[in-house]
Design a binder for this molecule. Structure first.
Ligand code: ATP
Length: 234
């Protein structure tokens, strides 16, 4: 089997004395989508934070292209090709669309994803390039957050609930960009509450519960009922 792009090995982490992850294993293949599902509090966001180095982890708990990288600081990760689209978007609110993208581009890697290419993917952002992030709708802000990840020219993007708080039609617009992103050679780890949507998009699935992986495999290997049972622990 080909070496995974990103592999998480026996990841345990948490917040001070509170352990939130217990020996999590998963692997993200090249150029594909891994769907990560689980109920509120299952540990999905915590896993992302631990991968990025925002929470304690050990060197060999995070392997990237076969190399241990769990000792890198959060600032280093965009440079090697790992970025996150965080829950809640976290834009620089008073800066313009273009300025938000420029900062991310300066902290990432050079490559085919330029600011102009992001404007091709999301034309509305090109039209609003000089407007402050606060003046955008929620969906447009989410597009900026995705654009910010893209201009770093990553190998993998960790998407944390990008549909949160958006109207269904807007969610469709945001998700419509995903195939073009993966086609450009980027892998995605997708945390999403809508299990049906994840099943359609992802090549493989991982379900977490109470800080542990309770199910993982190819997305078409599980019935919806099996997935729901793993999700709720029935
Ligand atoms: P959600 O969909 O609610 O984001 P999640 O699967 O991402 O769920 P996490 O946010 O990773 O879950 O939470 C995992 C566990 O860690 C929960 O028990 C949660 O209460 C705890 N936790 C999360 N953030 C913190 C924090 N900053 N300090 C202490 N405990 C936290």
């Amino acid at each position: 089997m080909a070496e995974p792009l990103l592999a998480i090995n026996n990841m345990s982490s948490g917040y001070g004395d509170f352990q939130a992850l217990f020996g999590v294993n998963l692997s993200v293949p090249e150029k594909s989508i891994l769907g990560l599902v689980g109920a509120n509090g299952a540990g999905k966001s915590t896993l992302f934070k631990a991968i990025l180095g925002l929470l304690p982890r050990e060197r060999d708990m995070v392997m990237f292209r076969g190399q241990p990288i769990g000792d890198l600081t959060p600032e280093r990760l965009p440079k090697i090709g790992i970025v996150m689209v965080p829950e809640g978007r976290r834009l620089f609110r008073s800066l313009s669309v273009e300025e938000n993208l420029r900062i991310a581009a300066d902290h990432g890697r050079r490559g085919e994803w330029t600011i102009d290419r992001v404007f091709e993917l999301f034309p509305i952002l090109g039209e609003r390039r000089n407007q402050a992030a606060t003046q955008l709708s929620g969906g447009q802000q989410q597009m900026v957050a995705i654009g910010r990840a893209l201009v770093a020219n990553p190998a993998v993007i960790l998407f944390d609930e990008i549909s949160l708080g958006l109207a269904p039609v807007v969610v469709n617009d945001v998700y419509a960009a995903l195939p073009a992103i993966v086609d450009s050679g980027i892998s995605a780890v997708l945390v999403e509450q809508d299990v049906d949507r994840v099943r359609k998009l992802a090549g493989s699935l991982v379900c977490m519960r109470e800080g542990r992986v309770v199910l993982s495999g190819p997305a078409d290997a599980f019935s919806k009922a099996e997935l729901i049972a793993a999700y709720f622990g029935e």
